[in-house]
Design a protein around this ligand. Structure first.
Ligand code: SF4
Ligand code: SF4
Length: 122
C-alpha cells in the first residue's frame, strides 16, 4: 500500500517510470510521461499553467511510483489542485466539476437509464 510522502524524492531521470505509464505507452510523448512531468514541475508551475492538458492526461494510477527506484510520487492530484487554484485548469475539467456539483455526475442532466451523449473529461 502506498503511503503519503512528507517530501517527494527528487527525480534522478532514470526513465524507468515511462515503461509502466499507460499515457506514455500510447503517446510516446516525454512531456506527458512521469519523468517529463517531474522535470516540468521542477522547472515551473507557471509554465505548467499554460499547458494544463499535460497534467490532465495522467490517469492517477501511480504505476510510475511503484516502478520508481526512489519512490517519487507523480503528484497528479496536487498538480491539478494547483491548476484549479490558479484558474488555469482546462475548460472540460471546469465543466465536469460544475456538472458534479449541480447534477451529482460528470455528464450533466440525465434521465434514469439514459446513456451520456458526451463524455466530459480533461
Ligand atoms: S500515475 Fe500518471 S504519470 Fe504515473 S504511470 Fe499512471 S498515468 Fe503515468
Ligand atoms: S522512475 Fe522515478 S527517478 Fe526515474 S525518471 Fe521516473 S520519476 Fe524520475
Amino acid at each position: 500500500m502506498l503511503t503519503e510522502l512528507k517530501e517527494n524524492p527528487a527525480c534522478i531521470e532514470c526513465g524507468l517510470c515511462r515503461e509502466v505509464c499507460p499515457v506514455f505507452t500510447i503517446s510516446r510523448d516525454e512531456t506527458v510521461a512521469p519523468r517529463g512531468r517531474a522535470v516540468l514541475a521542477a522547472a515551473s508551475m507557471a509554465a505548467a499553467g499554460t499547458d494544463s492538458p499535460t497534467y490532465y492526461q495522467c490517469t492517477l494510477c501511480r504505476a510510475c511510483r511503484v516502478a520508481c527506484p526512489v519512490g517519487r510520487d507523480p503528484e497528479g492530484e496536487l498538480l491539478r489542485a494547483r491548476l484549479v487554484a490558479a484558474g488555469t485548469e482546462t475548460d472540460a475539467n471546469r465543466e465536469m466539476i460544475a456538472n458534479i456539483r449541480r447534477y451529482g455526475n460528470p455528464f450533466g442532466p440525465l434521465q434514469p437509464g439514459e446513456i451520456p451523449k458526451k463524455l466530459t473529461c480533461c
